[in-house]
Design a protein around this ligand. Structure first.
Ligand code: TUI
Length: 314
């Protein structure tokens, strides 16, 4: 069985995190993933303290094992949910879409292990300096808000630059990706899109079906003009967004067009006006499975790959 230092540091069985996906990763999904031996992560997304407290309670009812909360730093509620995780003494906090330095003291004093998502070497070094337990190096193959570098280029450069453990994310969908991540020097992986189709994931069925039907070239990026590139599945909404980006409309009008689009996709399943965030591995995902089965299948495959790692190399 595959085990790495991050398993001992966090008290988890498998070195796999379920990414915090806005409007998708709730207490039920995170609880199921943690109970199956991975690290489940609740997304605090753009919701308030009360929502987050409710989801933490749900996860705690499902498992006694550690789980995490992801704080999206662009959220207008970032300050209040940062306070909630400290009060609730959540085991792990991951952050995304920014620099969490201003919250570090508060979290470290509460005994929380902080594992920020980084998209560059400089941010990884800064996070090490301010006390992060580990970093998640996320390549632009991911769904949602993304950086510039690919996983293949980013992970080894971050591994060489910091002494803390590195988790690889972006473009990992199965055991081959997990094995490759270990080869790049990562101690673990974070997967979002693959867990989106977990049986325990309560996202709208239309969203799951979009991921299940996606092929390798089903995603595209929008939002570069506003400085926040986002990867989503091509649909009428994302194609119109891209057109508007280059149509000369104001930033405010463009932001107004984007508002509510994740909610419309994840909660309402609106195929025309929803923004279906997903990673490039959507094309590898073709069936719904319980979280436990996903994790076990991935690590069975990773072990097989690692044992035959020299198959093609004479
Ligand atoms: O955060 C994510 N993925 C997300 S957040 C999200 S919600 C959203 N809603 C509306 C618009 C945009 C997003 C959907 N998906 N992934 C983690 C991630 N963090 N990827 C890249 C980064 C990142 C980028 C820059 C982390 C740090 C960073 O630092 C820049 C700086 O200097 O502050």
């Amino acid at each position: 069985m595959i085990s790495t230092p991050i398993c001992d540091i966090l008290g988890i069985q498998y070195p796999i995190f379920q990414g915090g996906m806005a409007w998708i990763s709730d207490g039920k999904l995170a609880g199921a993933v943690s109970e199956a031996g991975g690290l489940g992560i609740i997304s605090a997304m753009n919701a308030n303290a009360e929502y987050l407290r409710g989801q933490i309670k749900i996860a705690r009812e499902l498992t006694d094992k550690p789980f995490g909360v992801n704080i999206m730093l662009m959220s207008p509620f970032a300050d209040e949910v940062a306070q909630v995780v400290a009060e609730e003494k959540v085991a792990v906090v991951t952050t995304g879409a920014g620099n969490p330095s201003k919250y570090m003291k508060q979290w470290l004093e509460a005994g929380i292990k902080v594992i920020p998502v980084v998209a560059s070497v400089s941010m990884a070094k800064l996070m090490q300096r301010v006390g992060a337990t580990a970093v998640i190096a996320e390549g632009g193959e991911s769904g949602g808000h993304i950086g510039e570098l690919t996983t293949m280029a980013l992970v080894p450069q971050v591994v060489s630059a910091v002494a803390i453990p590195v988790i690889a994310a972006g473009g990992i969908g199965d055991g081959r990706g997990v094995a490759a991540s270990f080869m790049l020097g990562a101690v673990g992986v974070q997967l979002g899109t693959r867990f989106l189709v977990a049986k325990e994931c309560g996202v709208h069925q239309n969203y799951k079906n979009k991921v299940l039907k996606a092929n390798d070239i089903a995603t595209m990026t929008t939002g570069k003009r506003l400085g926040h590139p986002v990867r989503s599945i091509k649909n009428p909404y994302s194609k119109e967004y891209l057109r508007l980006e280059y149509s000369g409309i104001s930033d405010e009008e463009l932001e107004a067009y984007g508002r509510g689009s994740l909610y419309r996709a994840a909660v309402e399943g609106d195929e025309k006006t929803g923004c279906f965030l997903a990673g490039q591995i959507a094309g590898m995902v073709n069936r719904e499975q319980p979280a436990k089965e996903i994790i076990e299948e991935i690590f069975r495959e990773a072990e097989t790959v690692l044992n035959g790692a020299t198959k093609w190399v004479k």
